[in-house]
Design a protein around this ligand. Structure first.
Ligand code: MRU
Length: 347
């Protein structure tokens, strides 16, 4: 299942509308970068690598739609499109990474405007294809950490839907399952957007992997009871020291795992590492609108008082000391992260 597909005949990017899953499977088509920025902001597409790939196609579409008649004018238009896309969501560095890569590819290109358009579309397709290959490599490294019979706590959605295909943390679980290991997943429901209860559960159904959805406040109790062997989540941005920004709640899950001596892994492609940020506190954390928290209903009634206010931080930062290892396409990286990442990058 590809979350993001380029349709050559129609010259549009097609994406699964993740807001509607699992009730409806609808594919939307996009023919310009502004609509793609809106789709990222409103979470039609979400998950760090997926929004990176969507932004890359956004840049390719900006080139296709550009009025420019020479490459200098085209670069000005592309920079403007890059700013629009970069503003869509602040935390996942894959977005800015993809925009930067597309811009660099344009800047270093020599040829006509027509050829540049084709070149940028090819680059976006390459970014999408690389994401799938990277995830499969990561999954193979990570699956070696999973034992037959493991019960695994998983946070948010990190599967095919969060990437172009296959996934990061969920990809590791999927690979272990494909290798014949019996695994069971405790799916954190992941308030307020419920990426776990809606998207991860839906994906696990497709793969035939047994799971139970748990409320976000459950995993500590299950760990104390000896019902959990591993914790695994993804990452939206990793600082150079190994601190991991991921979906809100990841920190509390990692804390509980640490207290119970349970390994907690974060799986991500190297493109999620922000080498310019020394520590996790420097990672910009998105705060979304309060309606995502307040619109909860129970028995047909709104839960919160009509006048209630809410804060809605979309991500938190897990300090590197709580993470047992980082699973990447360069292999499993054990602490100290900064030193061993450099070694892995050379390998
Ligand atoms: O707000 P979302 O759904 O975009 O958040 C996604 C996550 O936090 C994922 O865990 C993260 O992107 C890594 S998965 C590839």
């Amino acid at each position: 299942m590809r979350t993001i597909v380029w349709n050559d005949d129609k010259q549009v990017m097609e994406m699964i509308d993740q807001r509607l899953l699992p009730q409806e499977f609808i594919i939307n088509a996009y023919d310009n970068h502004k609509d793609i920025a809106d789709a990222i902001r409103s979470m039609v597409v979400r998950g760090a690598p997926a929004i990176g790939a969507a932004a890359a196609f956004g840049m390719a579409l900006a080139a296709l739609n550009a009025k420019a008649s020479n490459t200098e004018a085209m670069l000005v238009e592309l920079k403007g499109a890059g700013e629009v896309l970069n503003q869509a969501r602040p935390t996942a560095v894959n977005l800015a990474w993809a925009v930067k890569r597309m811009l660099k590819s344009a800047e270093t290109f020599e040829g006509s405007v027509k050829d540049l358009r084709e070149h940028l579309l090819d680059e976006a397709k390459t970014i999408a294809d690389e994401d799938v290959a990277t995830n499969k490599r990561m999954a193979e490294f990570g699956a070696a950490l999973i034992d037959d019979g493991d019960h695994i706590v998983h946070h948010c959605n990190t599967g095919a839907l969060a990437t172009v295909d296959w996934g990061t943390a969920l990809g590791v679980i999927h690979m272990a399952h494909e290798q014949g290991k019996r695994v069971h997943v405790f799916v954190d429901e992941t308030r307020p957007r419920l990426q776990g209860a809606r998207l991860t559960a839906w994906e696990l159904e497709q793969y035939g992997i047994p799971y139970d959805i748990i409320t976000d406040n459950s995993s500590g109790y299950l760990m104390r009871k000896g019902m959990v062997q591993k914790v695994i989540f993804g990452a939206d941005r990793v600082a150079a020291n190994g601190d991991v920004a991921n979906k809100i709640g990841s920190y509390m899950v990692a804390l509980a795992a640490y207290d119970n001596g349970i390994p907690a892994y974060s799986a991500f492609p190297i493109s999620t590492v922000d080498f310019d940020l020394a520590r996790g506190e420097l990672i910009p954390i998105e705060e979304r609108t309060e309606d995502e928290v307040l619109d909860l209903t129970l028995m047909g009634q709104k839960v919160a008082p009509q006048t209630a206010s809410a804060r809605n931080f979309a991500f938190d930062v897990t300090p590197f000391r709580l993470i047992s290892a980082w699973i990447t396409e360069k292999g499993v990286i054990y602490p100290p992260f900064d030193k061993n990442l450099r070694i892995a990058m050379k390998g």
